[in-house]
Design a binder for this molecule. Sequence first.
Ligand code: 13P
Ligand code: SF4
Length: 328
Amino acid sequence: MLKNESIGYLDVSVPAGISLEKEIDALRKEKNAVILAHYYQTGAIQDIADFVGDSLALAQWAEKTTADVLVMCGVHFMGETAKILCPDKKVLVPDLNAGCSLADSCQACDFEKFIREHPGHTVISYVNTSAAVKALTDIVVTSTNARQIVESLPADEKIIFGPDRNLGNYINSLTGRNMLLWDGACHVHEEFSLEKILELKKHYPEAAVVAHPECRKPVLTVADFVGSTAALLNYTVKSEKKQFIVATESGVIHEMSKRSPEKTFIPAPPNDSTCACNECSFMRLNTMQKLYNCLKYEIPEIYVDEAIRQKAVKPIRRMLEISEKLNL
Ligand code: 13P
Ligand code: SF4
């Protein structure tokens, strides 16, 4: 039996001597498949993907593709979002164990209770949530559009924002709102340490610090620029600075270096480690071998309960409509 659902991916060895790049390319054509990858994937996966983007761009791309099979090289909620938008397509993720500590910090039953305890609120959820949490939500946001979507609501609107407390606090500080926050966080971004970044700044005094809004407030306070992965990437391309300390998952440095080979990118170190970079262990579960097997055997596939999907698609579509109007 090829299928090994208990471990979340196909544990089949690849024939010796084959070129994974060539085989993946041939399979993609044969099956009319597209490969989408998030910036936190390995360089090899980003290089072979048809499209590399942030969470918003991946959802926008998934919605528009005419392919029959969509391979989401990212984490589970990204595959779920694609499946919610494209129920008739086969959506695959190379390793189903690619979860997300932030999404896991907000279980649907607990979030439902929280919403019940605070009636009269509009519920905004970050895209890093399960389909079941999205089904309880009025508008989904990503780090690219969260500020604009919150600002598009009346100033006195009562809002619940979940699950990322750091992003929620950051949006509160930018907009002057007082959104009620769910107390969740991403284990990767929480690990960046102000002290270590300041230490690095001593070695690279000219470097600009760029940070993802999932980082804690002290890190965001010293950052020269805060934004989603795509926004950080664009900033490094446009900036006249030559060195950047990057406080987000270090996979994004692959594309930053490709776009600006003359610039230097220094991964901000995590707090409690001698390692010089910070990688999301979930994102890194996807490998070229698993991508090859997943395309070849068309498993593991993402399934979403139809009743949940019908509820979850509404707040995602609302986000996509507002983003289109705002040109995001
Ligand atoms: P963005 O790519 O939307 O910035 O999200 C970062 C992230 O943590 C994805 O899991
Ligand atoms: Fe989730 Fe954090 Fe990994 Fe992004 S980096 S997928 S938020 S655990």
